[in-house]
Design a binder for this molecule. Sequence first.
Ligand code: OGA
Ligand code: NI
Length: 347
Amino acid sequence: MASDTSLASLSPTYILPEDMRPQLSKVSTLKSIPIIDLNEDLYSQNGDHGLSRIVHQVSQACEEYGFFQIINHGVPEELCQKMLTAITDFFNLPSEEKAQYFSTDRTKQVRLFNYHLKASEGQENIKMWSEAFSHNWHPLENCTNLLPKNPPQYREVFDEYAKEMGRLTNRLLSLMSLGLGLEKDCLVKKIGDNPRLRAQGNYYPPCPDPELTLGLSVHTDLNALTAVLQSEGVTGLQVITDGKWVSVDPVPNAFVVNLGDQIQVLSNGRYKSVHHRAVTNKEKLRVSLAMFYGPNPDTWMGPIEELIDEEHPPVYRRYRHSEFLEEFFRQEGTRRMVKDAFQLRNN
Ligand code: OGA
Ligand code: NI
């Protein structure tokens, strides 16, 4: 891909059919996703209990948007900057050096790859205007020595970052558990032991024609919870709210948090896993780092029993997560509707 990025016009392998193009002029700039301040002290002064206020805000955002941004989240700003620099430096390595990581084998622990969309019969797949670099972030001691040696700080910075993100994702999952009226460790327990934690860097170079292509096609995340760190000052991520595309403007020192399909299932449809995409722009490089938290393939998933009663019959059937993954890969390259395949039709 690196060789294509200096082109003055877009190479045909990136050009989407007309009905799949982003239609950037129709993207709403009026509305965006909620920004939630996670600093509990802020609310305790006026007698309002800080925690319950945050639980309420998170819960409302999960029900209405499936997406929100968090500020005052406790992860040191300097560490986030270092992490963004390390991942950007990795993507900026010469393509010969990056080639050792390039693989189409999705079982690879550490992997550089391109996303694509399936084209119509007889045509070549359409490439997305991005590169993705993915590896585990848990258990950390098993991943660190598989990570790139170059840039030289990558391993050390990632190690520290992953520890912080472990704490943050646990805190978010307990806020969501409380929001659903459950014990605070309920979601972490249901997602289960040996969760599958993957980190994914996304690299979107400036693009000659952002109207004709996408950086990341429309999708929902298949895991349970995602926390994204993104370049400052460049927009790209867009989310569907009320049937319209809205952009998620980067807020300094914030994370974008979104729910994946497994939380939608666990919450029996109360919390939403929402379609999103990344668009490109002509001027600026954009980099993001998504930390995915999801179940192990052996774990059983299904609506949490406490959330089911006569008024709320189960919306999804139970399944082993490996089954969900199979369906996910079966739908690869399409506008995936994986969770629909696990929906019960009798309600
Ligand atoms: C993802 C994703 C958005 C972004 O990696 O699943 O949606 O802003 N990334 O790069
Ligand atoms: Ni995503």
